[in-house]
Design a binder for this molecule. Sequence first.
Ligand code: HMG
Length: 499
Amino acid sequence: MSTSEQMAVGIDGLAVYIPRLYIDLTGEWAEVRGAAQGVDSAELVAKLTKGIGVSKMAIPDAHEDSATMAAMAAKRLIDGLEMDPAEIGYLAVATETTVDQSKSIAAYVLGMLQRHYGVDLSHVGCPQFQFACIGGTYALEAATALVRGGDLGDRCAIVIATDVARYPMGGPAECTQGAGAVALRVAAHPRLLRLDRCVHATVSVDERDFFRPNWSAEAVVDGQYSVDVYLGCLDRVLRAVPASAAAGVGDAAKGLMADYYLFHTPFPRMAEYAAARLYRRLESLKTNPDPAAWGDDPAAEREADRATAKQDAFRGWFARHCNPALLHGREVGNIYSGALYLSLGSLVESLAVSNETRAGKRVLFFSYGSGASAKLFAGTFTTDDAQTTGVACLSNDLSPETDRPGGRRHSLGLAEYERLHGVHSKTGEPMGPVVQGSVREPASEFALVRYGTESSSVRVDLGYRYYSFVSGAGNDDLVRAASAEIPAVTRPLRTGSGI
Ligand code: HMG
């Protein structure tokens, strides 16, 4: 066995960025939407908080998009780990809500980081990965292979999953929106999580459950069917584990054993549906190692999941092994490609809060993307090093600005939320030149500052997005940044944990 095959590779650090704006689904939103549906708002709130599992959704401001959120997550990772950006050898960004139909979103992020830190990253490969919510996992898989193969030398890979989940207002999926980005440092001898050598199982099918046509800024989803396809893919990867277990089917359940189970979480109840399915399959494998015995009628299986979900034994298992990872999903909503990795951040934070050791604990991941593909893979926490996650930063993102110093969260009124939904729903034409309509002026953050307006014999940049790091609050900074050509912001490398 070669050295590279034996080398531990995995996630060395994790940082999350969630936009500071949010809409509280239990207030004005529920009253207005409830009235439109002819449902009492208290009834709707009960459905949202208990039936769907959400209470708030993160909303990007007018100057934010998938590229700025990705750059913010990367900045938090770099600053939090006190890392020299020149150590980056590969920068993969996964998104299904990209900012350009041609250019890799990772190139925009690379540019923002270069200008901010004053480093040359031109040696870095920077592809974009896209496959709905599983894109981040495909990016992680590629980055892990590069590190494991030694292709990056001493350098590391950064994987970022960034998305804005947007559905039509007033529809059943509206309450499952959200926005945010998660950045992962992938390296040898990782301080957070060592990934198992092999992905346990992969499945891909050609499905129409959820998609976003080129003409639309909003996803089209067949809601209940999408839940069935998700659970069907979970079953397929679970079936594949016994089939591929080198030790024989009798040992299949061992490969599925973990201390924590993380599921792609479009909304927290979906993770509970998946957990009930997994729990039933684990129970079944104890007495019959052949998955051929499992049922495959979607309606009958969901009824059986619902019955299981009510059992005390399941509830205890779920509270111990799954719930710690669902902390932030309720407050943020769906962040598509980053949702599984936000769950990893939630798990790490939950363990830190309850003073539980994480080193040595095994995590099984179920990654899913509509359209559809799923992967089952696993890893083991390596250390309890607190520096590997920007947990304090995430807590600030999710604390209202009025509640505590450092709290960043700003609650939107319904009218402001609907206006921003409209701003972000525009497609096809440049909205320039200067980006306007932010609820909060950008401050200490990467921002979309202007759109190119030229189409002459001298210069063509019609619709091009210009980004800059805006350092202070107020219009002056924004206008200065907006008028700069490509701002040559060169700053000394910041160290310390001020993320
Ligand atoms: P819906 O159809 O309006 O909701 O929207 P429902 O009728 O299914 O109710 C949901 C639950 O609330 C049910 O629980 C109700 O009983 C319960 P269950 O019976 O299933 O256990 N409920 C209540 N509970 C307490 N008190 C009450 C009450 N009323 C009802 N008063 C749906 C749900 C998911 C369809 C919708 O939100 C939607 O379309 N969302 C978007 C699609 C989605 O997220 N699909 C998930 C799977 S696909 C996926 O994860 C991929 C994705 O992330 C995209 C990608 O890959 O890029 C979406």
